[in-house]
Design a protein around this ligand. Structure first.
Ligand SMILES: Cc1cc2nc3c(=O)[nH]c(=O)nc-3n(C[C@H](O)[C@H](O)[C@H](O)COP(=O)(O)O)c2cc1C
Length: 345
């Protein structure tokens, strides 16, 4: 039904412009979220109520299936997502300064490959605006992750202060925080995955979180989101830093700068991060590697190329405690989330 009827309509929105279709879908969901009772009724229909709840890094999730960062960057449709079956949502990535992102077009669908290339560049209203919006929502009734990144105008050497500013503003609203050091669309950002930079950044964020705890809020989980393009030894170094600093978990993975499997597509040459089906294998291998390397001690959110319940099961079997979906929602629609929820043991 979604693929035959709804998807063709969505793809034609904005005369085939993928970003316009995305914005209109988000606007529709925002309206849906305003209908009283949507959240509870929708969650029942979409199978979330039947999904297996679990506690990961000290947070209780009604379903292990979450919405990945980037879909609802500014948190405009937070009342609607549970109605689609999501057990948690990661808003952002937000930055300390509001910013428009890269020039359009910056989002491309490689339909034959069930893949997307994006170079959005953290278009967002900024962490102050997000904090105001989250304050207005009040209690959402499900766990919220908040993804933070570096503003484009902030030089790399001042990155730490940029992340810390956003953490401070958003600390009271998030149930966990994702430190995004893996987007390919902000120049230099991925170099923050190097051991030295990462240690400095994570230490500063933990110090800030500890000072917030003094203000009466318990130490909240801070996770690191990594790229799928790191070598095994780079991942191992990163994991050592994460363990030393006391990170709560790893989110694996962000989009890839690789083009394996889509080389011959006319859009393959577009700059940006590739997501969807071409990422399924890499994401599963990365999750398995992290699980093995840490002996299962570090919780993992598995993300990348989930287009079927079996893809989610594979990440969970590889050691992920939770999973997230983005591109699968574009190609398979919200029915995918329902089917994953129903397939969970
Ligand atoms: C259009 C688009 C925008 C994204 N923006 C973000 C972002 O702001 N922050 C982030 O951590 N990941 C972002 N991602 C990456 C996703 O959260 C996810 O890690 C990646 O797409 C792999 O999952 P998927 O194959 O299910 O899409 C974005 C992905 C897409 C397609």
């Amino acid at each position: 039904m979604y693929r035959k009827v709804v998807r063709p309509v969505l793809y034609r929105l904005g005369r085939g412009d993928a970003e316009v279709a995305h914005e209109q879908t988000l606007a529709g969901l925002r309206l849906l979220g305003r209908v009283p009772g949507t959240q509870r009724a929708g969650a029942r229909l979409s199978g979330a109520a039947a999904a297996s709840p679990r506690t990961v890094f000290g947070v209780r999730f009604p379903s292990p299936v979450g919405l990945a960062a980037g879909m609802d960057k500014n948190g405009v449709a937070l009342r609607a997502w549970p109605a689609l079956g999501f057990g948690f949502v990661e808003v952002g990535t937000v930055t300390a300064h509001p910013q428009p992102g890269n020039e359009k077009p910056r989002l491309f669908r490689l339909v034959e490959h069930e893949a997307v290339i994006n170079r959005m560049g953290f278009n967002n209203l900024g962490s102050e605006a997000l904090a105001a919006r989250l304050a207005a929502y009040g209690d959402l009734g499900y766990p919220l992750g908040v993804s933070i990144g570096k503003s484009k105008v902030t030089p790399l050497e001042d990155a730490v202060e940029d992340y810390v500013t956003s953490l401070r503003r958003l600390y009271r609203y998030g149930d966990y925080f994702a430190v995004n050091v893996s987007s390919p669309n902000t120049p230099g950002l991925r170099s923050l995955q190097d051991a030295g930079h990462l240690r400095e950044l994570l230490t500063a964020l933990h110090t800030e979180a500890a000072s917030m705890s003094v203000a009466g809020l318990a130490g909240k989980p801070i996770l690191v989101k990594i790229a799928p393009d790191l070598t095994s030894s780079a991942i191992d170094e990163l994991l050592q830093v994460c363990t030393d600093v006391g990170v709560a978990g790893i989110i694996a993975t962000n989009t890839t700068v690789g083009r394996a499997g889509v080389e011959s597509h006319p859009l393959a040459g577009e700059t940006g991060g590739l997501s969807g089906r071409p990422l399924t294998e890499t994401a599963a291998k990365t999750v398995a590697h992290i699980h093995a390397e840490t002996g299962g001690a570090l919780p993992i959110i598995g993300v990348g190329g989930i287009l079927e319940p079996a893809d989610a099961a594979r990440l969970l079997d590889a050691g992920a405690g939770l999973v997230q979906v983005y591109t699968g929602l574009i190609y398979r629609g919200p029915g995918l989330v329902r089917r994953i929820n129903r397939s969970l043991p």
